[in-house]
Design a protein around this ligand. Structure first.
Ligand code: DAH
Length: 355
């Protein structure tokens, strides 16, 4: 017993010191480790005479529990001390001046996509998406543009393989095909997104943006097409009157087809819409060709409709007076700071969509 008492006093003495977790662990293994003092005493029990053994075992257990409890208490104390000192050291000083924050700007193209999505959604269009890497079938053949059709040359296509099966979509029109194949009419969708052609000058970039529109239902006609586009253009430019002209044109996937130009004027090198005698072509449209509807198994006796494809970058140039398209994609922060939009500013024609 005197041995046990010695161990106990010695440990209690040690525990009184200012300890950290490592020194506590050391004490623990000194007592309870393989060759620890308490573990050894238990091992020695066997060599004691029976009468002594019982008493010694009970004393030993008692001291063991007592020390264990003291050690646990000490660990708790240390942990609380550590937390308190952490709280003290990591205190946030709310009176410090703030760091400089550089706020990003929304690119005019993203802004215009937001605006046009909200305008079209107001008149019942939903938004669809398609892949940038398209196959030749959806981009051309299903759109009534077979091999050797001259319109294929006009598109300056970026092909991705020798067989010319995979390509970067040259327009958003393949989304028409994808949408009609996966659903049942009626359809009333727009599909904004990136498009690609090997072309570059002041009003053309190899990567640009279009929004496709498609409305198929029982009695949809050219009058609806004109009404829809006029409504869109007026809402988008926030004007009651606008100079717009529908010119007869040709697209393989529409019959009849038209192109729409917007009237504008250059004032001090800046574009002003609705005045002057210059015209900028911004979209192609028409009644969906019966061959396209056949390709997606739509019954021509019951359904017909119109489609359109609008150049989004051109819309942005016209609305926000930007006269060089190439600057859109040069990622020059000075340009973006000037022409970009503050994410927290709500535009005057904001209609409550997406942001
Ligand atoms: N896909 C045509 C182009 O990129 C634009 C277009 C014209 C889309 C007529 C249409 C359409 O949906 O009906 O030049």
């Amino acid at each position: 017993m005197s041995d046990i008492k010695k161990i106990k006093d010695e440990i209690l003495n040690k525990l009184n010191a200012d300890l950290n977790i490592e020194s506590i662990n050391q004490i623990k293994s000194e007592l309870f480790g393989k060759k620890g003092k308490i573990s050894n005493s238990f091992k020695n029990l066997g060599s004691l005479p029976t009468e002594e053994r019982k008493k010694f075992a009970s004393d030993l257990n008692f001291v063991k529990d007592e020390l264990q409890e003291k050690i646990n208490k000490k660990i708790q104390e240390i942990e609380i001390k550590e937390i308190n000192s952490k709280l003290q050291n990591e205190k946030v000083d709310v009176t410090l001046p703030e760091r400089n924050i550089v706020q990003g700007k929304i690119h005019p193209v993203s802004q215009v996509i937001d605006e046009l999505s909200s305008i079209f959604s107001e008149i019942g269009f939903s938004v669809e998406e398609g892949p940038d890497v398209e196959n030749e079938h959806y981009n051309f053949t299903a759109l009534n543009t077979p091999d050797n059709h001259p319109a294929r040359d006009m598109h300056d296509t970026f092909y991705l393989d020798d067989k010319k099966e995979l390509l970067l979509r040259t327009h958003t029109s393949p989304v028409q095909v994808r949408t009609m194949l996966k659903g049942k009419p009626p359809f009333k969708i727009i599909a904004p997104g990136r498009t690609y052609r090997s072309d570059s000058d002041q009003t053309h970039a190899p990567m640009f943006h279009q929004v496709e529109g498609l409305h198929i239902d029982k009695n949809v006609n050219m009058g609806h097409l004109k009404g829809c586009l006029t409504y869109f253009i007026k809402s988008f430019f926030e004007v009651d009157k606008i100079k717009m002209r529908f010119r007869p044109s040709h697209f393989p996937f529409t019959e009849p087809s038209a192109e729409v130009d917007i009237g504008y004027e250059l004032k001090d090198g800046k574009i002003v819409i609705g005045e002057g005698d210059r015209w900028l072509e911004i979209l192609g449209c028409g009644m969906v060709h019966p061959n396209v509807l056949k390709n997606v198994k739509i019954n021509l006796d019951n359904y017909q409709g119109y489609a359109f494809g609008i150049g989004i970058d051109r819309l942005a140039m016209l609305k926000y007076g930007i006269n060089d398209l190439r600057a859109f994609f040069e990622t020059d922060y000075r340009w973006l700071n000037h022409f970009g939009f503050d994410p927290l500013d709500v535009p005057s024609n904001y209609r409550g969509l997406s942001r």
